[in-house]
Every structure is written in structure tokens, then in C-alpha cells.
Design a protein. Structure first.
Lengths: 112, 114
């Protein structure tokens, strides 16, 4: 089934550790996004990529980095995790600003 | 700054009722508006996408309208079923600041009881 695959599904991580959340899409969409969802704060954009080879900062980029080496993959890295990064992380993609955005199933990350 | 508000925050209805979920946004300069459904502990499922030039979109028992000038959208669910229970989110894609951002409302949590 075509769509977005995120891994892992959930993770408990010690503070200070490095972690990469994986995201792969098979729809050949140009744009990809990372959001975090927190109770009371809703969904907020962390980083985005309009096309392979380009990335940009969203609303809450601090503490996170991304890369877009090819069309399909958009990993999100936490260089040194902190408890405030405990959240549910969603990867999304769309072909253009005029088309639907599709979301993955999310990664539930707990930093302790 | 674009802000998206959804009212009500929560709604509980008996099965079979027709219902309306509301979404308002402060800046009418948008590419489009998208409605999503989110089940507990799950990802977002796209329901309907309305372009800024459109007035409404329909999919099965769902109908979404858009009044861009007044900054409002409604999601109409006909003959609600217990399986419709979920959180419904609306999101706008603004024209300014790049199209890379979807700005979300906080959602309406819907419970349909038998």
C-alpha cells in the first residue's frame, strides 16, 4: 500500500542520547515535512523539504536537524535529546502546495 | 499571523444525527484548506481538500464548505455512525511565508454513541 512509513513506532530515549527518526514515502512527492504533536499545542512544523537536496526550518526547529538526500527519505535527527522533546512525531508529504498532504502513523518518543 | 480555531472542542451525539464541525482562520490568503481525521494513537487521515477557488467538496457522507472571504469552513457529516468517533482537524496552507506549512486547528473531538 502506497504511503508514508515511519520508524520506530515508539521509543524511550535517555536524555543526552542521539536519535534518528526515519521517514520513507513511496508516492514520489516533492515536499516532505516533520511535525510534532503535543497536548494543548497541536501540530507544529519542525522542518520541511520542498525538493530533494533542500531543507528549511519550521516553527520549532531548535534541537532537530534533517537531510533530504533523495526523494523518498527524510530522516529527523535529535542530536542530544532533552525531556521537552517528548512528543509524537509525524512525517508528512505532498506533491505540491495545491495537493493533499499525507501523514505517517507517527513515532511516539519519550525522553527520560 | 495565521491562526486556526475549531469549535466546538468536543461534541457528543447519538448515532444517526447530522452534524457540523466548524473551522475559522484569520487570514484569507490561503492556497487551500484540508480536513483530517485522527483516531486515538494514530496518524492523520486526509478527508477532504478544498482549493481556495472552490466552495465545497464532497466525499460520501462528508461535505466540506469553504467561505474564504469570511475565513470559515464547515465539515458536515450526514447520518453519523459510531465509527465516525475521532478527532477532526482542519488545516490551512497559507500563501505567504512559503507553502511549506500547514497550520492546524486544535481539533474537534467527536463521540458518536449508539
Amino acid at each position: 500500500i502506497a504511503g508514508i512509513t515511519q520508524a520506530p513506532t515508539s521509543q524511550i530515549l535517555a536524555a543526552g542520547r542521539r536519535m534518528t527518526l526515519r521517514c520513507t514515502q513511496d508516492m514520489r512527492h516533492n515536499a516532505m515535512y516533520w511535525y510534532r504533536q503535543d497536548l494543548g499545542l497541536g501540530l507544529r512544523l519542525i522542518h520541511y523539504s520542498n525538493t530533494a537536496g533542500t531543507t528549511g526550518k519550521g516553527e520549532v526547529p531548535d534541537g532537530y536537524s534533517v537531510s533530504r538526500a533523495n526523494t523518498d527519505d527524510f530522516p529527523l535527527t535529535l542530536a542530544s535529546a532533552v525531556p521537552s522533546q517528548t512528543s509524537v512525531y509525524f512525517c508528512a508529504s505532498s506533491d505540491s502546495p495545491m495537493t493533499e498532504a499525507f501523514f505517517g502513523q507517527g513515532t511516539r518518543l519519550t525522553v527520560v | 499571523k495565521q491562526e486556526v480555531t475549531q469549535i466546538p472542542a468536543a461534541l457528543s451525539v447519538p448515532e444517526g444525527e447530522n452534524l457540523v464541525l466548524n473551522c475559522s482562520f484569520t487570514d484569507s490568503a490561503i492556497y487551500n484548506l484540508q480536513w483530517f481525521r485522527q483516531d486515538p494513537g494514530k496518524g492523520l487521515t486526509s478527508l477532504l481538500l478544498i482549493q481556495s477557488s472552490q466552495r465545497e467538496q464532497t466525499s460520501g457522507r462528508l461535505n466540506a464548505s469553504l467561505d474564504k472571504s469570511s475565513g470559515r469552513s464547515t465539515l458536515y457529516i450526514a447520518a453519523s455512525q459510531p465509527g465516525d468517533s475521532a478527532t477532526y482537524l482542519c488545516a490551512v496552507r497559507p500563501l505567504s511565508g512559503g507553502y511549506n506549512k500547514l497550520i492546524f486547528g486544535a481539533g474537534t473531538r467527536l463521540a458518536v454513541h449508539p
